[in-house]
Write a protein that binds this ligand. Structure first.
Ligand code: MLC
Ligand code: AMP
Length: 504
């Protein structure tokens, strides 16, 4: 095949005037119209001189056009690099430079601030706004609405998704056409997606969940999506009757449950609710079933691997578990110290292997070797066990990671900034329970001898560098940090001490 991913996700629908995107205002974009937009964007990028393998960094609002940029990259053999819209210019600089992006698409409102970054990295800057306007869109309007798909093989790269690291430096996970395609096929099959499905899509499209899981599965099945810019409870409640399926992070489901208008009647016609990206409390699972009669289907994945496990469509969806390995995916539990497989039922690190597992980290061969074994198993950094029925239970993390509302936050990145603040000797950043986001960020600081750090000034300083969702909700000054005999900060003790601090 010429371009396996494009052919299976997009090419399949050429000429189909069936709905693909339902927008909040009532407009509908058909599969064929969407493909025409994809082709026009592909022409613009070809005219800019981009060639297969080049990286295209995008920080743009969720919109049909933003999704079409993804399609255009696949059709042109370009590597799509979506970036969180909350990132500050300082955060973006690293991604654009590290990836060697040749094109950087942003909102016109940010163009002035981002121009020096693009110029410094040798990337061309172009604009695409939330309403579909911008110089990129203007250049596309006059282009032909079909494009000769660029040949690619399954092993060629389709996307880079940056994932933060325990050292504070983000790593570009290289995902191939096969990684994305294998997962999309498997998920559409096991979750029974079809052309008659209408997915309520309120997730961002710069991460695996909203981009690959939700959009690729819909595309491969030929279904449609109610495509919302973000999660808005009012809108979800009003549009739910038009959907057949919904995917979300646990916060979506706890917010729905907090609203009395979310009733069994409102959800009665739904075929499937899927949750992932963060632990769904067993309590939420049970409350959801009691309210609606639906058992949420929880699945487990990550940037480097797409989806690994899922509760079954038919059969028991067990609260507090992430289900069984997906067809074609192997999961094993190993001893973190030796890497040996542990006896059944024991807790250890979760390792996965399959066609979904990424190719490695961009320009980081050592990091790749540390996490991706030569035999193809990827060390996820999650801790879990497999029960007698084969279900996987995630019991914790072997990596210092906070998941807030489905966004991953690596404490090291924040600690490095805190340590640099006036009067701060050292810091520890921890995740504490948060009713809405599951976990939230708290920074614990130790002052330099004789100094009194100005906490308000530190908060302001962080806000210039860090995306809002990473900024600590609270900063706490302590005399010293608890350490073990090796000198390592005992974050578990801090988490225990401050577990109720945001529960007011
Ligand atoms: C927004 N804010 C957050 C936040 N989202 N703070 C902490 N954690 C978050 N996740 C902050 C904003 O900066 C703002 O701060 C305030 O909260 C309200 O902003 P908002 O835009 O109104 O928030 P809202 O739209 O309600 O967003 C919350 C959310 C959203 C949970 C709906 O974050 C979301 O859609 N999360 C999904 C993330 C996701 O898709 N993850 C998948 C990763 S892929 P202030 O102070 O300015 O008011 C992956 C692999 C896998 O993990 O397995 O799927
Ligand atoms: P990311 O790096 O953003 O792709 O996030 C991946 C991480 O999210 C995984 O390594 C897990 O720690 C977590 N995760 C994803 N799905 C689940 C789930 N269903 N339950 C618990 N943790 C999850």
């Amino acid at each position: 095949m010429a371009n396996p991913l494009f052919d299976a996700l997009f090419g399949l629908h050429s000429g189909k005037e069936t709905p693909f995107l339902h927008l909040a205002g009532g407009a509908v974009i058909t599969h064929a119209a969407f493909l025409r937009q994809v082709a026009q964007f592909a022409h613009v990028m070809a005219e800019m001189g981009l060639v297969a393998g080049d990286r295209v960094a995008v920080q743009i609002a969720k919109s049909p056009e933003a999704l079409a940029v993804y399609g255009a990259c696949v059709q042109s053999g370009l590597v799509f690099l979506p970036l969180n819209t909350a990132y500050t210019p300082e955060e973006l600089r690293y991604f654009v430079e590290d990836s060697g992006a040749r094109l950087f698409l942003c909102d016109a409102a940010r163009a002035e601030a981002l121009a020096p970054i693009a110029a410094g990295a040798g990337a061309r800057l172009s604009t695409l706004n939330a309403d579909g306007s911008g110089d990129f869109a203007t250049a596309a309007a006059a282009q032909p609405s079909d494009f000769a798909t660029v040949e690619r093989s399954g092993d060629d790269l389709a996307a880079f998704l940056y994932t933060s690291g325990t050292t504070g430096r983000s790593k570009g996970a290289m995902l191939t056409q096969t990684n994305l395609l294998a997962n999309a096929r498997t998920l559409a099959e096991v979750w029974r997606f079809s052309a008659s499905d209408v997915l309520l899509h309120a997730l961002p499209i710069f991460h695996t969940h909203g981009l690959f899981v939700a959009s690729n599965v819909t595309l491969i099945a030929g279904g449609s999506m109610i495509f919302l810019p973000k999660f808005d409870l009012e809108e979800i409640i009003s549009l739910l009757p038009r959907a057949t399926t919904m995917m979300g992070v646990p916060t979506f489901y706890t917010r729905l449950l907090s609203d009395p208008r979310f009733t069994a009647d409102l959800a009665a016609h739904m075929r499937l609710f899927i949750s992932g990206s963060a632990p769904l409390l067993a309590e939420t699972h049970r409350e959801f079933e009691a309210r609606t009669g639906h058992r949420i289907l929880e699945r487990y994945g990550m940037t480097e691997t797409n989806m690994n496990t899922s509760n079954p469509y038919d059969g028991d969806r067990i609260a507090g578990t992430v289900g069984l390995p997906l067809p074609g995916v192997e999961v094993k539990i190993t001893d973190p110290a030796t890497g040996e497989t542990l006896p059944s039922g024991e807790i250890g690190q979760i390792e996965v292997r399959g066609p979904n597992v990424f190719k490695g980290y961009w320009n980081m061969p050592e990091k790749t070797r540390e996490e991706l074994r030569e035999n193809g198993f990827f060390i996820t950094g999650d801790l879990g066990r497999i029960d007698e029925a084969g279900y996987i239970h995630i019991v914790g993390r072997n990596k210092d990671l906070i998941i807030s509302g489905g966004y991953n936050i690596y404490p090291k990145e924040i600690e490095l900034l805190l340590d640099d603040q006036p009067g701060v000797l050292e810091s520890a950043v921890i995740g504490v329970p948060h009713a809405d986001f599951g976990e939230s960020v708290v920074g614990i600081l130790v002052a330099k001898p004789g100094a009194t750090p100005d906490l308000a000034a530190i908060k302001t300083a962080l806000s210039a560098s860090l995306a809002r969702f990473k900024q600590p909700q609270k900063l706490i000054l302590v005399p010293d940090l608890p350490r073990n005999t090796m000198g390592k900060v005992q974050k578990n003790l801090l988490r225990n001490a401050y577990q109720d601090i945001l529960k007011t």
